[in-house]
Every structure is written in C-alpha cells, then in structure tokens.
Design a protein around this ligand. Sequence first.
Ligand SMILES: Nc1ncnc2c1ncn2[C@@H]1O[C@H](COP(=O)(O)OP(=O)(O)OP(=O)(O)O)[C@@H](O)[C@H]1O
Length: 574
Amino acid sequence: MLRWISRTVASDQPEQLEKAFRWLYSFVKPQSQAIGGLLLLSVLASMLVLLQPWLTKTLIDDGLIAKDYGTLVSVALLMISVGIISTALSGVTRYLHTRLSGRILFSLRDNIYHHLQTLSPSFYGKRRIGDLLSRLDGDVAEIQRFSVDSLFSAVSSVLGLLGSVVMLLALSWKLSLLVLILIPLEVLWLRWMRRKVEVKVRTIRERSSDLSSFLVETLPAMKFIQSVGQEERERDRLNTLNENYLGDLLKLQVTEFFTQAIPSTLTSLTRASAFLIGGYWVIEGSWQLGSLIAFSTYLGMAVGPVNSLLGLYVAIQRMSVSLGRVNELRLEQPEIPHDDTWQPLPTTVVGELQLTGLSFSYPGREQLILSDASAFIPAGSKVALSGSSGVGKSTLIDLLQRYYDPQAGSIQIDSIDIRTISPFMLRKAIAVVSQDIVLFRGSLRENIRYANPDANDHQVEKAAEQAQLLGLISELPQGIDSVIGERGQQLSGGQRQRIAIARALLQNPIILVLDEATAAVDEVTETQVIDAVDQLFAGRTRILISHRASTLAGADTCLTLVDGKLLSNGELTA
Ligand SMILES: Nc1ncnc2c1ncn2[C@@H]1O[C@H](COP(=O)(O)OP(=O)(O)OP(=O)(O)O)[C@@H](O)[C@H]1O
C-alpha cells in the first residue's frame, strides 16, 4: 500500500518517499486501536447519512403519494431519531479525532526535534532557522493532517461512494450508467494535473520558509536595524517576500481550481442529465417522484466522495512535498553517530588532557584548522590558550566537547580516548562559558539551574552568591525569581557572564573553559570574574581563551595556536 502511494505520487525519488511513508506509518501504527474505533464510528455515520434519502423516498412514495398517515408519522419519527444520533455521533467523533490527530502530530514533531538535537553546530550554521521552523511547524502539521484527516476522509468517501452507487443501482441501473462515464473522465483529468500541483506546492512551502527566515533573522536584530536606519530596506524586503508568496499562492490556487473545476462541471452535467431523463420517466409514469428525488440526492452523495477522493489526491501531493522536506531533515546525519559501545565517564576522572597529533578541517572546507597539534594539560592546571583571531581556538574546544571528530590524532581525558565515552557525559563534565551566553525566557533561578535541573533552591542561591550575583538579585523586583527577558536583553554583559559562571558552578564540571568570556567587560570586572573563577574552580582544569594579556596572566601553562600547531610556553609540543 505504502509502495503504491509512493509510486502514485509524482516524485523524483520514489524509494526515498516510500521510506518516508514507512517512517510516517510507524507513528500511525501505535494508534491503530484509536483509529479502528474511529473508523467504526465513521462507518456508522456514513450508514446513517445513506439512510436519510431512502427515508425521504419512503416518506414521499409510501406516505405522501400513497396517502398513508401512519407510515408518514413513523418515517418522520425515524428521521428525527437518525438526525439526533448523527449529531451525537459527529460530536464524539470530532473529539476523538482531535485527540488522535494531536497525538500523532506531537509524536512526529518530538521525533524530528529529537533528531535535530543530535546534529552538530555546523548543521545549524548552514541552515536558516526560519526554514527549520517552517519544516518543523508547517510541514509536520501538513503531514499529520494528511495521515489522520485524509485517512478518515478516504474511508468515509469510499463508503459513501459504494453505498450511494448501490442505492443508485437499486433505484435505476440504467440511469446509474451516467456515473460510470463520469468517474473515469475525472480520474483521467486528475492524472494529467498532478505534476503541476506538486511543483507549485513545493514552491509555496519554500516561499513560506523564506518568510519565516526573514522574521527570525530580523526581529532579534531590530535594535541594530534601527541603529543603522535600515527599517525601510527591511520593510521592502518583507514586501518583496510577501509579493512572491502571494504570487505563487495565486498560481497554486488557479492550478488547484482547474484541478477541481473540471470534475465539478462534469458532475453538474451528469446531474442535469439525470434530471432530464428521470424527470421524463416520472412524467411518463414509469418512475416515481420519490425515487427521482432520492436518485438525485444519491447522485450528489456519490459525486461528493469522488470529489473528496480527488481532493485527497491533491492532499497526497501536498503532503508528499512536506514529507520530502521533513525527510531531508531526518536524513541529515549527526557528525557523531550514536555508538552502542560508548562508556560512561568514570567518576574518578580528574581532568588531565592529552591532545595528540590533532588534524582537523571542517566538512566541505579544505583549510586545515589544526595540523598535527599536540599538548598536555595536567589535571587541575590553569591554561591560557591564545592565538590570532580565526586561528581555531574555539574549534579546538568543539573537538574537546566532541561536536566534531578530528581527521587524525586523538584527545584523551585521564588517558581515556574521548571517542569511547558517551558525548552526553563528556559534555556535562566540561563547562564552557563563552562570550555568547544563552539565556532562556524564565526566572533568573531557572536560568542558573539550567545545566543542573536537580539542584535545589539552596544550591542555586549559593551558586548565585559565589558568582557575585547578589547585587543584581537585590535590584530585581522579585529577586532571584524575577523573569529575565528572552536572551537576557535587559542585563549587562558582566551580569550575563556571572549568570553563566553560576550555571557552570552548579554544573560542577571537571574542566572549565572560558572562551572569550570576559571580552565584553572592563578590566576591573574581568579581574573580579577571573579571581572568582580561580577561587571557585581551584583544583579543576581551567582553559582560558582570550586576546587580552590580563586574562591570561597567572596561568600555569600558555598554549598558543599558530598555523594549526600548539606551542606550549612558546615551544612546539611533541
Ligand atoms: N562550523 C564551521 N564550519 C566551517 N568553518 C568554520 C566553522 N566554525 C568556524 N569555522 C572556521 O574555522 C576557523 C577557526 O574558527 P574559530 O572560531 O575556531 O577561531 P578562533 O580562533 O576561536 O577565532 P576568534 O579568536 O576570532 O574567536 C575560521 O576560519 C572559521 O571561519
């Protein structure tokens, strides 16, 4: 079935699509009980709908025309009961349907988000966040809509179609031949239109990504845009993006209109023909009025499902575009693929580092950032790492945290190759405070606790005190429980740094890295921060990266990165 769907949908890579469908099916399968229950309710609802025109026919032919008052009353009562049951059924179905849809949507999104969490900083560096957002939000919702809504729409359409055709045949097999001409014509038309719809839908989704990317990029940069007076330019960019989006949306509307309009016109023609022929038979007296009315209602009811099934076809196209886009994310391989042989970091580790013959270049770039770099860092020492801008200092820390693996050489912590350790545990053991401090919307307390959610209030407050945050806390209206805005915009650089240090304290790392952490503060504040770090992290391995001599003063070892090699106290390390 999945293979059939993937082949039916116009796609450049049907195998890929089939795999994506299988993946999608893995989310639908656990809900099979709920789906089964809902399908049962749908079948019941479809049968009740099919019953109504037959009741009308009986009411007219056997009650009104036959002047049988008893039949009239009983059929009317039956119609009321069917109406009430249908309404109750639709309420229950809608509730269960929303619950089922929600479950599938959230598990899909959860799965993709989980996968995104395994990808390296390089991935985020090359991808537009707006595009990721649009895939995670719009595309995943589109897939979910299809996987639930379309399934039920397909089932009730097929049931409606079959039921109506049976009723039409029962009323007049001759007149029913009209439907047999109508359906193949509609299907032929649709096959012809399908490619056009797919191309246009993909363009729309890309336009929507462009818009999201624009907003994600410019909203946080509003202060900068205002400061350089470029508001109008950004408005123009937004206008262009809007116009492009609207233009493509209108093209899609026109294509979709023609995709649907031809079948609708054919339907109207068929209905009119049925009235002409059936009406003639009624006038002639060879057919009953109730049967003609019921026939025309069933004809409408047969065409409705055909249209929905045709709509479903468009929905499959739309969905397969979204599925393709989401699948692209799924196929992104983590830089460090999961390995079942990973060991936990032993609790005895003290933070001795041995870098041996490291060579590294970023994927897709030729330039070697590290070339046979080696160094030894004794446990508990304070190391100053310097080197000109862009030489690769932060890259070295990324290798230490295993966001990437070197192409040659190794990093050992307490003589254990870090490739054999779970990166999760390794990263927990290394706290990095950089210039770019991440703060989330939430209270100061929650932000300090972020790296160690199990820390109790007392530990958080102690860390805040040790990181000299008491001054800030006393200024805030609700103290440590005050909400600091997204990305901590209302805080000064020094205050943000102290929050990061308090966070690192709670993380209780074996190795602490300060990567240009104090570049944004004045030298007095910097001295205070470094003194605090030396005091609080005494006995742990500390790596300080800076361009300032004052930051690096007092280190046990000075490492300098030059042309991909590490010099220790000015000498090349073997
Ligand atoms: N994700 C990445 N993909 C490709 N190249 C990268 C990536 N990150 C950094 N680079 C490149 O690697 C080189 C080293 O960058 P890195 O940030 O490690 O330097 P740095 O010594 O820390 O610089 P600075 O002192 O200016 O912070 C630079 O040329 C940079 O452009």
